[in-house]
Design a protein around this ligand. Structure first.
Ligand SMILES: Nc1nc2c(ncn2[C@@H]2O[C@H](COP(=O)(O)OP(=O)(O)O)[C@@H](O)[C@H]2O)c(=O)[nH]1
Ligand SMILES: [Mg+2]
Ligand SMILES: [Zn+2]
Length: 345
């Protein structure tokens, strides 16, 4: 019996079984069948690695090592290996080091975040948007803000684009109804997706699935679905699925449509230390070290350079309002609430 080890990426995890897309290594194919016969294939199996003793759970986006044996697959008529649907003798044995991990959405190794907010219906609270941009910046995830439903309120859409562009974020207004902005989005996608693990995030109903269908029609995401609460009053967890965009012409690219963030998630789960908040607002950066007091919290202190910039219109007031609100929440958090590690969420 031969044991094989191949690396791949977790695309979904449901009830302890993980869907793993294995690397397609041409070199391995040449060595076949002595190499890794399942290279390039998608398999489903449990996790049995040592990492489980430290409380770690594989997340969507994780790079993992999969171990399997001759008993895990059979040969199809064309001579190629076909994975056993029940994953016999096959398991995830190692999680490779993560570049980041989020609790909401529960994902690892995110490189890109399309932050989606509708101009109206529903109106996304700016605090929610500012929380998402802060999470992206803090975790070194490239943000792209998409203001959807521009057809319903073009003025509101333009205002949001102006607001976030002035804070240094790439921001586009789009409408799935009139098609306005979609060409610009496709243009931006050319540089945004390749080589990245990305997600679409934003509140329920803002148009995430609609955008995914416009960009990737073959993925056929259901739209108009409202997230609902179960009997215990909890939002039912919709599984995250990471789609392989290489089939759509974006090399080494992945995209997930995720359930929305809520303010409650933010208060219940870890986020960042209060000391890290300043750096999560990139437009505050020029004022670093410019305040009268070295320990300035930039909330309401005398001689605060950030507040001065707000008064002079160089920093949008709503951005600072969000900063102050998030500061208040993070300040109250106990150190043990902030012990990051979404594997345990
Ligand atoms: N008027 C208008 N409606 C839209 C637009 N994009 C999405 N919708 C509608 O908004 C609703 C929610 O869209 P969906 O993509 O399911 O949102 P999700 O929950 O974020 O995935 C659906 O009824 C869509 O048809 C848009 O640009 N303009
Ligand atoms: Mg959706
Ligand atoms: Zn200050």
């Amino acid at each position: 019996m031969t044991t094989y080890e191949t690396r791949g990426r977790i695309c979904q995890g449901v009830g302890g079984a993980y869907t793993v897309k294995l690397y397609d290594e041409a070199a391995h194919r040449k060595l076949y069948p002595a190499g890794s016969p399942l290279c390039g294939q998608t398999v489903r199996c449990p996790a049995r690695g040592r990492f489980r003793y430290s409380g770690m759970t594989p997340l969507c986006g994780d790079l993992v090592t999969l171990r399997y044996t001759d008993a895990s697959f059979s040969f199809g008529e064309n001579g190629l290996a076909v994975p056993d649907p029940n994953g016999t003798d096959m398991s995830v044995v190692e999680i490779l080091p993560r570049r980041n991990e989020l609790i909401r959405p529960a994902m690892a190794n995110l490189d890109g975040m399309m932050i989606v907010a509708s101009a109206t219906h529903p109106q996304t609270p700016l605090l929610t948007l500012d929380k998402m941009t802060a999470i992206a910046v803090h975790n070194r995830i490239r943000p792209l803000i998409l203001i959807t439903k521009a057809d319903l309120d073009p003025t509101a859409a333009e205002k949001l684009v102006g607001l976030y562009s002035s804070s240094g974020f790439e921001t586009l207004a789009v409408s799935a109804v009139t098609g306005s902005g979609i060409d610009a989005l496709k243009q931006a996608s050319q540089t945004f997706f390749p080589g990245r693990v990305s997600c679409l995030c934003g509140a329920s109903g803002v148009g995430k699935s609609t955008l995914m269908n416009l960009l990737f029609p073959h993925l056929k995401q259901k739209t108009g679905e409202i997230s609902y609460k179960n009997k215990r009053g909890r939002n039912t967890t919709r599984e995250i699925t990471l789609f392989d965009l290489s089939v759509s012409g974006y090399p080494d690219a992945w995209l997930a449509d995720t359930p929305g963030f809520t303010m409650l998630d933010f208060e219940q789960f870890d986020f960042m230390r209060v000391d890290d908040l300043f750096d999560a607002f990139p437009e505050f950066d020029p004022y670093f070290g410019q305040c009268r007091y070295q320990d300035c919290a930039h909330v309401k202190e005398e001689g605060c350079a950030v507040l001065q910039a707000v008064r002079e219109g160089r920093i949008p007031r709503t951005r600072h309002d969000s900063y102050a609100e998030l500061y208040g929440i993070l300040k109250k958090k106990k150190p043990w609430d902030l012990d990051s590690g979404s594997g345990r969420a």
